[in-house]
Structure formats: structure tokens, C-alpha cells
Write a protein that binds this ligand. Structure first.
Ligand SMILES: [Zn+2]
Ligand SMILES: [Zn+2]
Length: 109
């Protein structure tokens, strides 16, 4: 799966500490994040740093959103895309990128 080839972004120590300290964090926090959108996408880059999972589909995403051109670098809590690849196919896949993301869904990249 070829992802966007923009350089990975290192997290600051306080960001790693904050994401790691979230009591319901679903993932191990990675010190360096890479964009999860498709190559050549428009708009800012997106990478998931953490997700707080309270079950029953109740999730708070921690997306790092950045753009080298404008200097944008911020945390966003956009919902998950969840577009299904092929409903009815037992091997179907759910997108899991931020809702409204640029480029193709994760299963199409
Ligand atoms: Zn990107
Ligand atoms: Zn999607």
C-alpha cells in the first residue's frame, strides 16, 4: 500500500506523554507519524496519533494534521470515515481515515 510520501513528522515529548497518558487510548503511541492518505492528495496531511475507545462505537480520534506549505500543525478530533469497501463481501474493509478526507479510501490506496 503506497501512502503519501511526505516526510514523517516526529512528535514532541510532551505530545507523546499526553497521548500515552489518555486512560482509554487504544494504541501504543508512535514517536514518529506518517501521513495515511493516498499519494498526491490535496489539503493537509493526516496521521492518527491515538484514539480513545469507550466501546459501542464511541471513539475520540487524535489526528495530527499538518501542511509544510502553510506551517499548519495541529491536533484534530474528526470522526472516522467508515466507508465500507464492498458491503456484503465477507472480506470487506472499513476505511478508518478521517471523515471527509482527501484522496481515496484506505482500502483503495
Ligand atoms: Zn499526505
Ligand atoms: Zn474513507
Amino acid at each position: 500500500m503506497p501512502f503519501c510520501s511526505t516526510p514523517d513528522v516526529p512528535l514532541a515529548a510532551d505530545e507523546i506523554a499526553r497521548l500515552s497518558a489518555l486512560p482509554d487510548g487504544a494504541h501504543e503511541v508512535k514517536p514518529v507519524l506518517g501521513c495515511e492518505l493516498e499519494p498526491g492528495h490535496g489539503g493537509p496531511h493526516w496521521a492518527q496519533g491515538q484514539a480513545e475507545d469507550w466501546g459501542s462505537g464511541s471513539i475520540k480520534n487524535w489526528w495530527l494534521r499538518w501542511d509544510e506549505a502553510t506551517g499548519l500543525r495541529e491536533w484534530a478530533h474528526d470522526d472516522t470515515c467508515r466507508v465500507d469497501s464492498t458491503a456484503g463481501d465477507p472480506d470487506h474493509d472499513i476505511c478508518l481515515l478521517p471523515a471527509g478526507h482527501a484522496g481515496g479510501h484506505s482500502w483503495a490506496i
